[in-house]
Design a binder for this molecule. Sequence first.
Ligand SMILES: Nc1ncnc2c1ncn2[C@@H]1O[C@H](COP(=O)(O)OP(=O)(O)O)[C@@H](O)[C@H]1O
Ligand SMILES: [Mg+2]
Length: 298
Amino acid sequence: MTVNRLLKRQLKKCGIDSLESIDPKKLESFLKLVEASYEENEKSIRMLDRSLEIASEEMREALERNREQSMRMVQQSRLASMGEMVSMIAHQWRQPLNAISLTASDLKLKILMGKSDDNSLVGGLEKIVGYVHHLSETVEDFRTFFKSGKNRTETSFKEIVESLKGIIETSLKNSSIKVVYNLDGNARFNSYPNEIKQVVLNLVKNAQDVLIERGVENPRIEIVARYDGRRHYLEVRDNGGGIDPSILGHIFDPGFSTKEKDGTGIGLYMSKIIIEEHCGGKLKAENSEEGALFTIEL
Ligand SMILES: Nc1ncnc2c1ncn2[C@@H]1O[C@H](COP(=O)(O)OP(=O)(O)O)[C@@H](O)[C@H]1O
Ligand SMILES: [Mg+2]
């Protein structure tokens, strides 16, 4: 007869060497031993059950606490992104509002000096209407910015830059900055053109800021659109001396700005979100020989 080894040991403890001839007394003490270990076993099972109960209760409470906390966090981040959105709109509106104001002042001056004619009046007013249209598009874009499923449209970098020439030129009019366009080809892609326009305006504004701030001689901004057969690139280059390598890793951080006045630090942060999270592309900054080079890659 084969007997379990553990059982055999217990049997031995009770002085039972062979199962053939069991002394009833010895059998009784053996059974008592078995019973005791059963009880012991049951006790530990009950204890285990209880601690499981306690643990799962604690877990439930922790989960509940976690849920409340994450709901609070969602609420907070929603508030934060709303605040962010408002300051982004304000930021984006500055350039076109400035362009409207400059165009209107120009018209007023011409009228006051008796130098206005119907053509220049109509031309100026048309420009203003165009800028206002751009403003209202901006609001519409921001309204849908956080909603997913917004329709993509077919566009090209060439088309995007060409539609911005008016605003860019007006805002650079009073400076000696020269803008060079190098819009090679018209390769098309599907994306969010109005949002990309905001990014291009941001990059141009930053280049303008640095060229003016540093009083660069023969200031120049170059906008290059190219396509290498796989990816679409839009470069904004300037000859403003570039970005200090020590801050290169921070310029896309929210609120990072080196400008004493009028710096919000939102422009590049927002541009990166638009290009990388919304359009699925890349926005990179580096230094060329003459100045900063920003590349949008889609
Ligand atoms: N073309 C550039 N040349 C040199 N520095 C730049 C250029 N563009 C951006 N920067 C740096 O990046 C910082 C962040 O830019 P941005 O997010 O647009 O904020 P802001 O323009 O309000 O300062 C700027 O303050 C500046 O230091
Ligand atoms: Mg900026």
